[in-house]
Design a binder for this molecule. Structure first.
Ligand SMILES: NC(=O)c1ccc[n+]([C@@H]2O[C@H](COP(=O)([O-])OP(=O)(O)OC[C@H]3O[C@@H](n4cnc5c(N)ncnc54)[C@H](OP(=O)(O)O)[C@@H]3O)[C@@H](O)[C@H]2O)c1
Length: 395
């Protein structure tokens, strides 16, 4: 991408130290330097440099991920390709707008363009398993129970840490639900703060940056309340945050939300930057990994073991969503970034899938939310909250 201008291609991945984010980093690098393998079209036969910036909550986590990625790549990349790859890192806590602003400032200073952002980091405010519901769901529909579990009891009303301690803060901070902040708002705020790096130049025929949001097959309009977009009153705040993500991404193409989307993609003046007369805004895309084995829900080792056996049984029974291996789950997100057909794939939700013996696939995934009816209201609410946080932090 844009190699004719000798600019490195830059990819930013949040939550890159574990699970899917780590797998996205590995897969992106492999596919970028070896286009055509695993059924990928030859899109990125790019002689330039690739910078993969791992966004994590601590330097230690990033360095450990970099060591792991290096080992993974040892047998998969030629020396020439390895010399054109740079692994960088940045520290960010997406639950804290202050931390987001600090990371954004650093990113703007480092990179003039960021070509791909994978909004992957997320948390589940998990409390415990409801064994009665688990037994009922497993007995009545095993594959559904291992795909959209209704027995994850989640914390209701959980706020971010800064909010929990707000009585000690000098200024009252706007309310932020814990899952909403990490999964949606932190990314939303970050993207706006680095908007300058996400605009492509018309003058030098650059292609638009791609923002790949990681959604979930667990999105469900029944978990989402348009009057509680942060999911603070919800007993399924994780699913609520993923449903909101679907609507924001898919709504970004609809005329109903354009007024707010345009305000959002405008480069902030505080960037000390004069926008070119004509530039190309980034495109929002959404992918999900199917079901993969990660530690996003912290459960004891024996439950993890049982969960993985359950996943394999689902695969054996023909479930195409049980990718299990995060590297396979990374297929759809990486495909959205590298595909030459962005105009054909945008505005739809894509998922990683695989079948026993048939290899990997990327499948379009149905979205049950009424995106057209809700997108303008939700984009407007997100913009209001973003501006409120900006004013609060500037005061
Ligand atoms: N696992 C699945 O089957 C599945 C299915 C559908 C969708 N997904 C999606 O896949 C994505 C990755 O999840 P995963 O399964 O790979 O889980 P994971 O291994 O727990 O990864 C989550 C990552 O997000 C980071 N993170 C959480 N809160 C953060 C915050 N406030 N600031 C910065 N980073 C934060 C975590 O960092 P720490 O290490 O510091 O906690 C971790 O690196 C999520 O968007 C999830 O919704 C997963």
């Amino acid at each position: 991408m844009d190699s004719s201008h000798n600019l490195p291609t830059v990819a930013l991945i949040t939550g890159a130290n574990s699970g899917l984010g780590y797998a996205i980093a590995c897969r992106l690098i492999v596919e970028f330097f070896n286009p055509g393998i695993d059924g990928y079209p030859a899109v990125a036969s790019d002689p330039g440099t690739l910078i993969v910036c791992l966004a994590t909550r601590s330097v230690e986590k990033a360095l450990s991920a970099i060591t792991g990625i290096d080992t993974f790549l040892a047998s998969r990349l030629s020396e020439g390709a390895r010399s054109r790859l740079k692994l960088a890192h940045i520290t960010i806590d997406l639950s804290s707008p202050k931390s987001v602003i600090a990371a954004a400032t650093e990113l703007r200073n480092r990179y003039s363009r960021i070509h791909y952002v994978f909004c992957n980091a997320a948390m589940v405010p998990f409390v415990r398993i409801d064994w009665a519901i688990a037994a009922r769901q497993i007995a009545t529909n095993f594959i559904e129970a291992m795909t959209v579990p209704r027995y994850k009891v989640q914390g209701v009303g959980w706020l971010t840490e800064a909010q929990s301690h707000k009585s000690h803060a000098a200024e009252p901070l706007p309310e932020l639900g814990a899952a909403f902040a990490a999964n949606v708002f932190g990314h939303y705020y970050l993207l706006h703060e680095i908007m300058k790096t996400l605009h492509a130049s018309v003058a030098v025929s650059e292609t638009p940056s791609r923002i790949v949001w990681v959604g979930s097959i667990e999105s469900d309009p029944l978990t989402f309340d348009i009057d509680d977009i942060q999911g603070i009153k919800s007993n399924r705040p994780y699913e609520s945050s993923k449903t909101l993500t679907d609507i924001l991404v898919l709504g970004s193409y609809l005329p109903e939300a354009q007024e707010y989307f345009r305000s959002y993609i405008t480069i902030p003046m505080s960037s000390n930057y004069t926008a070119p007369a004509e530039s190309i805004a980034p495109v929002f895309l959404i992918a999900h990994p199917g079901i993969v084995s990660t530690t996003i829900v912290a459960i004891p080792w024996w439950q993890t073991y049982a969960k993985n056996v359950g996943f394999w049984l689902c695969r054996a029974f023909g479930s195409h969503w049980h990718c299990i291996d995060p590297f396979i789950g990374a297929n759809a997100p990486v495909w959205l970034a590298l595909s030459p057909h962005v105009d054909l794939i945008k505005g739809r939700k894509w998922g990683s899938a695989c079948l026993w013996g048939s290899g990997e696939m990327v499948l379009e995934t149905q979205v049950d939310s009424d995106v057209a009816a809700q997108s303008a209201h939700l984009w407007s609410q997100m913009e209001t909250l973003r501006k409120l946080w900006t004013t609060t932090l500037e005061s």
